[in-house]
Ligand binder design. Structure first.
Ligand SMILES: NC(=O)c1ccc[n+]([C@@H]2O[C@H](COP(=O)([O-])OP(=O)(O)OC[C@H]3O[C@@H](n4cnc5c(N)ncnc54)[C@H](OP(=O)(O)O)[C@@H]3O)[C@@H](O)[C@H]2O)c1
Length: 275
């Protein structure tokens, strides 16, 4: 079980670790998400652009029928920004997923300048009780300020690239100030730090794998990691990070692996286009 829950600024709670579903598709997506739910994951991360919402919905419906209730997340694609488009896109995602608990704007796509209207629609969806929590992904401090100033509603979550080589200290501080919960995408950073002494040292000391050390680092930062693993062995391993703790020095050493050019593939929110 994910043994911790975090409080969102809208009063809802979110498990401290979730399951990433990209790029799982088809039968593999149903199988992997079902296994994750069986093992105890209670937060599932999907997106319209992952093209797996129907499969995630099938696995979630099966778990719901067995009394296992997870927080279902999906994301609005860039092509559907704008008020009416967001409303339509939400209905399409909802049909596939069965329910949506946390709805995020996937990327700001600032060149297109329509994320504010998308956010207005999301605020309305939440007011109407269609979705429990609303948030964003890949937003900068300026994007967060802008949507909150325009609507009076600060996103509950900002899901951002975050891993030891890109620890996002400045944006995490802003999140803390604004009351926004951080979620970490690509939490392993492609395992680039798995051989580094800052990770292998604690791994040997606590008899854990490098992946578990990195996930524990996210949890102690207060950021919700969303590891993806197709097989049940790694899924189990990734969930098993709630019975040991890194020291402050160990945490600082991992955060110290950060580099200004640490992004995996250059997904800069100011310029990246996700449609
Ligand atoms: N909001 C966004 O813009 C955005 C962008 C990217 C990703 N995401 C979300 O974040 C999730 C995670 O990102 P990601 O898939 O890029 O990166 P990730 O979860 O950091 O890494 C996944 C990779 O790590 C491997 N892995 C899993 N558990 C492992 C373990 N215990 N030891 C060693 N290797 C392990 C997986 O292999 P196997 O699957 O073969 O086990 C897979 O190749 C996505 O699924 C998606 O939900 C969001």
């Amino acid at each position: 079980m994910t043994s911790m829950n975090l409080l969102l600024n809208d009063g809802a709670s979110l498990p401290a670790l979730g399951f990433g579903t990209y790029p799982l598709k088809g039968a593999e997506a149903i199988r992997s998400v079902s296994t994750a739910l069986d093992l105890g994951y209670r937060l599932i991360d999907s997106a319209a652009n992952y093209e797996n919402e129907s499969e995630v919905g099938q696995a979630v419906a099966q778990a719901d029928a067995e009394g296992v209730r997870a927080v279902v997340t999906t994301k609005l694609p860039g092509r559907d920004h704008g008020y009416d488009q967001t409303m339509r896109s939400f209905e399409g995602s909802l049909r596939k997923l069965g329910r949506i608990d946390l709805y995020l704007i996937h990327w700001p796509n600032p060149r297109h300048g329509r994320y504010l209207d998308a956010w207005r629609a999301m605020v309305e969806l939440q007011r109407a009780g269609r979705v429990r929590s609303i948030g964003v992904s890949n937003f900068t401090e300026q994007h967060l300020r802008e949507v909150a100033d325009a609507t009076g509603v600060m996103p509950s979550v900002n899901q951002i690239e975050l891993h030891p080589e890109f620890p996002q200290a400045a944006l995490r501080r802003i999140h803390a100030e604004f009351g926004v919960l951080t979620e970490s995408w690509s939490p392993f950073g492609e395992g680039r730090t798995f051989d580094h002494p800052a990770v292998t040292g604690p791994a040997a000391h606590y008899k854990r794998t490098p992946a578990q050390i990195v996930l524990r680092w996210h949890v102690q930062l207060g950021s919700v990691p969303l590891p993806k693993a197709s097989g049940d062995e790694r899924q189990r391993e990734n969930l098993d990070v709630f019975d040991f703790a890194l020291t402050e020095a160990e945490m600082a050493a991992i955060t110290g692996l950060g580099r200004p050019d640490g992004r995996l593939w250059g997904g800069d929110p100011e310029t990246n286009e996700e449609m």
